[in-house]
Design a protein around this ligand. Structure first.
Ligand SMILES: Nc1ncnc2c1ncn2[C@@H]1O[C@H](COP(=O)(O)OP(=O)(O)OP(=O)(O)O)[C@@H](O)[C@H]1O
Ligand SMILES: [Mg+2]
Length: 362
């Protein structure tokens, strides 16, 4: 698979862009605030229908008077097939996506362009809250099996409705409300058990990969552990846990158990990395987790994901930069930098990014 060409109109700081990507590694060099991350974000958006930075599409549309829509269009080649992807991003409403000029749903798009992104923000995997780590797991699962993305979004919608009902009941459960709650509980338990089982299995598979990745990046063997921390006791599944928690849920008008309360715990040398690892260790761990997923997705998809590397070398020492460079192999890589790069980097094209324009230099 190769991401061949990208067109942008009114996306972030790009008024207009038409860019062809060669195979292999493309470097995008430019000062701070010129549009490097925006470019990668556009590619990621087409591949996943989400931004890796913001939850709503509002910020993606160029801020200018009278501009309410951005267009992101890309041409992808897989085998003999050419695929045209297109997103019309509305600042006020829902974006519309097309594949070969037909409307497309996320579940059908995921997997067309397997994609991995590495960026300094990945530190939130260690430093951030449980939500950041749950998203990390769920994003990986969506790429490995888009059906799990459907389960995840069903679960979110059931959770919203269950919580709305709990607030409506206000702690006074009558017969009608009880049977409605039973229905939500059953749906929630079914989707919740499926997602949790998938997350647990993923964590088990990521464990040896993360260990290997840490070795590849830092040339150091550490005792590294990944644990899935569940918000309920697994006996009887989520259904029984919901029944046990019902009084508490009614009292607090919230769903106190479920996959939305779970966490991924990362251990280094027997200590929780979130509170005990050094800055450098956290950085290496974050890269290792991403690399583990990159390899897991590659194995599942039968092809290496398109690799987006946003400014990953700026915070690494030369040895680790070399380790990352060596470990991160892909058929196609888009790499941005505002500063120095490891001297041994091998690339097919170098572009200069300035003020929302991109010019090929080499
Ligand atoms: N919706 C928008 N409309 C117009 N400009 C925007 C919009 N969103 C972001 N920008 C601007 O785009 C510019 C480039 O942002 P980007 O994050 O791509 O920079 P960068 O080249 O990655 O910089 P850095 O090296 O600091 O990471 C910024 O100046 C930002 O303010
Ligand atoms: Mg940037």
């Amino acid at each position: 698979m190769r991401f061949k060409r990208l067109w942008l109109a009114d996306f972030r700081n790009y008024v207009h862009l038409d860019l062809e990507f060669p195979p292999g590694t493309s470097l995008f060099v430019g000062s701070n605030g010129e549009g490097k991350t925006n470019l990668l974000e556009a590619v990621f958006y087409l591949a996943t229908m989400t931004s890796f930075r913001v939850g709503s599409s509002e910020a993606l549309v160029r801020s200018a008077d009278g501009t309410a829509e951005a267009i992101v269009r890309g041409e992808v080649v897989t085998g003999q097939r050419e695929i045209l992807l297109e997103a019309a991003v509305r600042s006020g409403g829902r974006s519309q996506f097309q594949m070969n000029r037909q409307r497309v749903r996320r579940r059908d798009l995921l997997g067309v362009v397997p994609i991995s992104v590495f960026m300094p923000d990945d530190l939130v995997l260690l430093k951030g809250g449980p939500g950041d780590r749950r998203r990390f797991l769920d994003d990986a699962l969506s790429q490995i099996d888009p059906r799990l993305d459907v389960v995840r979004s069903e679960l979110e919608s059931v959770l919203r409705q269950r919580n709305a009902l709990l607030r409506q009941i206000g702690g006074r459960l009558n017969g009608d409300a009880a049977s409605t709650l039973d229905v939500w509980d059953q749906k929630f338990a079914e989707a919740g058990d499926a997602l949790t089982a998938a997350r647990r299995e993923l964590v088990t598979r990521l464990q040896p990969r993360a260990l290997q990745a840490y070795w590849d990046i830092a040339a150091r063997e550490v005792h590294l552990g990944l644990d899935y921390a569940s918000s309920w006791a697994p006996e009887g599944g989520l259904g029984e846990a919901l029944a046990r928690a019902r009084r508490e849920d009614l009292r607090r008008a919230a769903t106190t158990v479920g996959p939305h309360r779970d966490d991924l715990v990362v251990w280094i040398e027997g200590r929780p990395a979130r509170t005990h690892a050094s800055q450098g260790e956290q950085r290496s761990l974050a890269l290792s987790l991403r690399l583990a997923v990159h390899r897991e997705v590659a194995a599942a998809a039968g092809q290496t994901p398109l690799l987006l590397l946003d400014d990953v070398f700026s915070e690494l020492d030369p040895d680790r930069s070399r380790g990352v460079l060596h470990a991160l192999q892909s058929e196609q890589t888009l790499l941005t930098t505002a500063g120095a790069l490891p001297p041994e980097i091998d690339y097919n094209a170098r572009f200069r990014v300035a003020g929302g324009r991109i010019v090929r230099e080499v």
